[in-house]
Design a binder for this molecule. Sequence first.
Ligand SMILES: *Cc1c(COP(=O)(O)O)cnc(C)c1O
Length: 446
Amino acid sequence: MKYYSTNGQAPVADLRKAVVKGLAEDRGLYMPEEIHKLPKAFLNDMPQMRFQDIAFNVASAFFGDDVDLDSLQDLVYDTLQFDCPVIRVKDNIYSLELFHGPTLAFKDVGARFMARLLRYFIGKAEGSGANRLVNVLVATSGDTGSAVANGFLGVEGIHVYVLYPKGKVSPIQECQFTTLGKNITAIEVDGVFDDCQALVKSAFMDKELNQHMMLTSANSINVARFLPQAFYYFNAVARLIALGHKPEDIVVCVPSGNFGNICAALFGHAMGMPVKRFIAANNANDIFYNYLQTGKYEPKPSKQTLANAMDVGDPSNFARIINLYSENGRLTPEETHQRITSLISGATYNDEQIREAMRQCYKETGYILDPHGACGYRALQEQLQPGEVGIFCETAHPAKFKEKVDDILGIDVEIPERLAAFMKGEKQSIPMTKDFEDFKAFLMTR
Ligand SMILES: *Cc1c(COP(=O)(O)O)cnc(C)c1O
């Protein structure tokens, strides 16, 4: 399979290059040249299949040309060592719990898969005599760093540097990437998130540094991080069908920020995943919501909200969604908008509405929502039509946002063992200024 750039100015890449580079040379996002339809027999059998086997079938359609099937199966099984269960919250509303992985958020799935795929390609390069450590640089304001660090933890041949702003990430988040040791180095930058991102960008552009060491990013736009998220949507649909629901009634609702998660669901749909329609639930960052209403895409600076992992003012995967539904620019913007609005509706909620949804759900059902999942729950509650069955992604465990959830619901959310274990570990990080020369000097010694 070849991957082309959404900006159309870069050469097509094979999977290996798309994964190692992340972004195309023209700063566009990579798109697969073909989207293989899954066979009817598989779609019929899904309700009787296990999650891992469903995922392997979906993975084969994406990556089967580029990764031998035995290795791909190992890769998928090793990624999915935890379940993404479908839990009935009330009536026809279900939660797709994506927080049973190591860092209790959905980004674990993509990060783990990407780490293993990268390892696979390094292994092949070793076979051909080239043997170099691959260094992953990632800037984080919290959640991405923990998912990437844990996804890559202990993966041979790869070293991860997580750059984070000193004093600006929550203690729970910080311990998820500073206590790991092994092949993970946390770098505490005396600055803000943008400084961390600037250091990473400068490093990728520095000739001398790139000659000294092989650098790659684990950005969320990477095809190896976003496509595997389709696995759990197929599984969720299979579970709903097994419960007796009809595919033509299923509405999938995704709390969205950078739109990687919902984009994977939309790719799944293009592969034949039987779903009626989608809802993209936003917090107060309503850029996609406004696009659906007006057909105009107007990025804005992000606003800080309760659901902070969705505080995005210029969603990076928007270009992918447009490219998918415009058939790589063949359709006009009006036709594309028409296609998108016939499949996807939007929702936008301010912090007070998020709080209300959390309280109402807890009071009525006892189910504890985190602020992100709450946007998804509320959108289904408001938009589900008679006869439809809705499923929303619960993208993080409520204990990840314990102070907020406790405060809003007046409860004491239990901290899962995995999270507590991180908090007991010893914090280790390397202090760094925001001056690129200091960061470079440090990397040159590695
Ligand atoms: C990253 C994240 C989101 C947003 O997902 P996108 O793929 O960026 O749309 C939502 N909720 C949580 C908890 C997240 O960490």
